[in-house]
Design a binder for this molecule. Structure first.
Ligand SMILES: Nc1ncnc2c1ncn2[C@@H]1O[C@H](COP(=O)(O)OP(=O)(O)OP(=O)(O)O)[C@@H](O)[C@H]1O
Length: 337
């Protein structure tokens, strides 16, 4: 499928989710949700702790009943699917630990084929090929023979994603899939999800607290705010202040860098001169140390190169020093002479 496939796969129509029995004993966590997940789209579900992200994901996949409204997948209400047919449409990776006993990782991924196999659950050659492919795609081939009970959190997460992919669903819902992954694992997961969505047309909705990932890669953000949901491109939600209001608390969302920063006020100002990577990391070090880069500041910090090594010249207010590291530069700035 092409990168620009935009057919709606999952549509939430005036949905309320929560706990208890409607109407009298229900406690709604989120209400009035209208949202559409499209083929070929990576959507990130974000919001503060306890806002209702897991509850929404579980409800969209019919793991718990809706309090109101309807969810349609490929045009049909989820209430109208058999469990087996729904599993061909939606796969879910939750954070709950599964009791896999002494099952090997391969067997767990093979369980993902259940919507496609006969009642006996016997896998044919094509099914095994799918399982192998899903293990390869998730970088988990080397784990295939290991018992699930012996896997690390990150390794188990890969297997659970492989299992979900083995269902060959149209929509994949993941609850904080990167929570246990190391830096390399996170990058590989991002690459995998972008390939599944943009190259193969899968619709993916994942909850995350990794805002940098969201800002960089999400086609759409599902932002939980005020007991409801606001959907938009990450940049639009950054520009109109929605991310700041919903997520930042005391932190400040910098609409220029797309990053969240603490609400600490800068303690000094410098004029920063330089370019490239040295300039980038210098700005970060100064920012962390509480110095704002401003063109009208009376102290210059000049990024220079000495013998191919970065170095810095600090000049102004009657003093001039050089520093051979950013730590030294920050120490000089803080020195009260
Ligand atoms: N089984 C349950 N019964 C009743 N209330 C629940 C149940 N599970 C969660 N809740 C409540 O529903 C609300 C939303 O919880 P949920 O786990 O969906 O939030 P979340 O956005 O996923 O949070 P986090 O970012 O911390 O994972 C919370 O107030 C939580 O206490």
């Amino acid at each position: 499928m092409s990168r620009h496939t935009t057919a709606p796969v999952l549509v939430a129509d005036r949905v309320s989710v929560g706990y208890g029995r409607p109407p009298r004993h229900a406690r709604a966590v989120l209400t009035g949700i209208d949202a559409t997940l499209h083929a070929g789209e990576l959507a990130c579900l974000v919001g503060p702790n306890g806002a209702g992200k897991s509850t929404l994901l579980r409800s969209l996949a019919r793991f718990q009943p809706l309090l109101a409204g309807d969810v349609r997948v490929d045009g049909v209400s989820i209430a109208g699917y058999t469990a087996r047919d729904l599993a061909r449409k939606i796969a879910v990776v939750l954070t709950d630990r599964v009791a896999a006993g002494q099952l090997r990782a391969y067997d767990v991924v093979a369980l993902g084929r259940y919507p496609h196999t006969g009642w006996a659950g016997r896998l044919d050659r094509d099914d095994h090929a799918v399982v192998d492919r899903c293990l390869t795609d998730t970088g988990a081939t080397h784990l295939a023979d290991r018992p699930m009970s012996e896997l690390s959190d990150g390794e188990r997460q890969r297997i659970m994603i492989a299992r979900a992919l083995a269902q060959e669903p149209h929509a994949l819902l993941l609850d904080e899939p990167s929570a246990f992954l190391d830096v390399r694992g996170r990058l590989e997961l991002t690459t995998l999800l972008l390939s599944l969505t943009h190259d193969h047309g899968l619709a993916v909705l994942m909850s995350t607290h990794d805002l940098e990932h969201m800002m960089r890669h999400a086609d759409q953000v599902w932002l939980v705010t005020g007991g409801g949901l606001r959907v938009g491109a990450p940049e639009d939600l950054g520009l109109d202040g929605s991310l700041q209001r919903a997520l930042a608390g005391d932190a400040v969302f910098d609409p220029v860098t797309g990053a969240f920063q603490t609400g600490r006020r800068p303690t000094g100002r410098v004029r920063l001169i330089g370019d490239g990577a040295t300039m980038h990391w210098t700005r970060r070090a100064l920012d962390r140390a509480g110095y704002l880069a401003a063109d009208d500041a009376t102290i210059d910090v000049i990024c220079v190169s000495g013998n191919g090594q970065p170095a810095w010249l600090l000049r102004g207010d009657g003093r001039q020093h050089t520093a051979d590291s950013l730590a030294a530069l920050v120490a000089l700035l803080r020195r009260p002479d």
